[in-house]
Design a protein around this ligand. Structure first.
Ligand SMILES: NC(=O)c1ccc[n+]([C@@H]2O[C@H](COP(=O)([O-])OP(=O)(O)OC[C@H]3O[C@@H](n4cnc5c(N)ncnc54)[C@H](O)[C@@H]3O)[C@@H](O)[C@H]2O)c1
Length: 347
């Protein structure tokens, strides 16, 4: 069996905790090597995971032994690095947020189509066990249609996660990150809601703000640290989506769906990943796995790497279809526009 030979660009936290370990654990993939503009980080990866260190992105992309790359760099580089890799004939798994503008998203899609190469965005929430189970329950029809929802992703901030564990992290820098919690965490929940409801966003109203995070000079950072939004979905459901970098305690990664026949709570009850309360107050609990947590040293398999490897080798439609990833990004850009215009935005 021909294995998918993979190179990883960017050797920070997500590469070390997810991409490289999961490529190495996948029998259909071969982790070949990495590149990072910070040589110390590439050396750390080589010491811990083996493989070679490339001298540049160009050198990796020129290597005919590489079939696919993971783009694990800061947000503003996602589009140019992805487009370059596709043009050099590589399949690409690009981290979220896909890009920093809608135009960039479309340019990435166009390049993937023209080159006939796979481009998948690493929207891992749809692979979490409870989300897979929730989708199954919703699709079975037992709960009826979703009337309204609330979904949240909040943690204490990327300065506790990224390779540079300080307020100097690129996540706080407008040029490198472009967007803050809205795109960093909001995109996960937008993709999830669209996936669970098999629906797209009709309109959004949002407030984004920088309420608490400060840089090393004590000034507020250049990107948002909180977003509260109201969504109307095309099929009629309405709900709230909250993204925050200022939950200074446990992470909140919960979603509650209020349906015609009952309520579906996901990662909302600390004991049970899924709790279903039916109209007659009967309850069911599902002990499926917990979701990956930023504070864990070694994360549980996210499923997103395996899905990419399968789609790249088998030539099948990826589990995160590109049009859905772009649809979710469109809603993120609409949230930012709504916050600055103080108006609801139709998509
Ligand atoms: N899917 C998820 O759940 C998830 C979780 C965390 C991070 N991410 C995403 O992954 C990406 C990386 O985040 P991270 O937490 O690993 O950040 P990080 O700061 O830990 O690592 C990023 C690395 O990329 C390198 N880099 C930046 N620009 C580069 C370039 N042009 N060429 C080569 N190397 C470059 C940096 O030197 C750094 O080592 C971000 O876009 C982030 O949003 C996704």
């Amino acid at each position: 069996m021909k294995k998918l030979n993979v190179g990883v660009i960017g050797c920070g936290s997500i590469a070390r905790k997810r991409h490289i370990p999961e490529f190495k654990a996948n029998p259909r993939a071969e982790y070949v090597g990495c590149y990072d503009m910070n040589l110390e980080r590439a050396s750390y990866v080589q010491e811990n995971f083996g493989g070679r260190i490339y001298a540049s992105i160009e050198e990796m992309l020129a290597d005919p032994a590489i079939d696919a790359v993971s783009v694990c760099t800061s947000n503003a580089t996602h589009a140019p690095v992805t487009i370059d890799a596709l043009n050099k004939g590589k399949a690409v798994l690009c981290e979220k947020p896909m890009a920093t503008s809608y135009e960039e998203c479309l340019a990435m899609e166009k390049t993937a189509q023209e080159c006939g190469k796979l481009l998948m965005i690493a929207h891992n929430q749809r692979f979490a066990a409870a989300h897979v189970k929730a989708k199954e329950l919703l699709d079975s029809g037992s709960l009826g249609k979703v009337i309204s929802f609330q979904t949240t992703f909040g943690h204490r901030g990327p300065e506790f996660w990224s390779a540079d564990q300080s307020v100097n992290t690129w996540f706080f820098d407008k040029t490198a990150a472009s967007m803050g919690a809205t795109a960093d965490l909001g995109i996960h929940k937008l993709d999830l809601i669209m996936f669970l409801l098999s629906d797209t966003v009709q309109s959004v109203s949002a407030i984004t703000d920088t309420l608490d995070k400060k840089d090393s000079s004590g000034n507020r950072i250049g990107v948002d640290d909180n977003m509260v939004s109201i969504l109307r979905m095309k099929k009629g459901a309405i709900g709230t989506l909250v993204a925050s970098w200022t939950y200074y305690g446990d992470e909140d990664n919960s979603t509650v769906l209020y349906c015609e026949n009952g309520i579906l709570r996901i990662y909302d009850n600390p004991q049970f990943p899924i709790e279903v309360v039916m109209k007659d107050r009967s309850r069911a609990y599902y002990e499926v796995g917990m979701i990956q947590n930023n504070d864990e040293k070694v994360q549980a398999n996210s499923g997103v790497i395996d899905a990419f490897v399968d789609a790249a080798i088998d030539g099948t439609k990826p589990a995160v279809p590109l049009d859905e990833a772009i649809g979710a990004m469109k809603a993120i850009f609409a949230c930012l526009e709504s916050s600055s215009s103080k108006k609801s935005v139709e998509l």
